[in-house]
Design a protein around this ligand. Sequence first.
Ligand SMILES: [Zn+2]
Ligand SMILES: [Zn+2]
Length: 124
Amino acid sequence: MYQDSRRRFENAGAITGSTVLALVIPFLGPLIYLFIRPPEYLTDAHDRELETLALEAQVEGLRCPECEAVVGPKFLVCPMCTAPLREPCRRCSEPLEPSWRVCPYCAAPASPSSSSFSEETRIS
Ligand SMILES: [Zn+2]
Ligand SMILES: [Zn+2]
């Protein structure tokens, strides 16, 4: 009984709410929706699309800058021409992108160049 009445009440509230909304703003509501929502949605969708494309390029389209060979996202060197692609993290040895300033895996500062990398290794 209680659950049934509660369900009825909620249904009635929802129906009343949507009816009032439809009666009060029969033109204004959809108009506002048309003017405000779609641009936001399109921009969001566009951004998401670009992000997805960039991500796909990062994951699938990685190529060696020297010989254009397809390389994995964690390759330290190109297996085809041995060109250096990334530096391993000093602390956790995860491959770091050259543009990264800090290791995303262990938060250790990334080495800016290979010379400082070997230097730091010698010190520690
Ligand atoms: Zn290569
Ligand atoms: Zn690390």
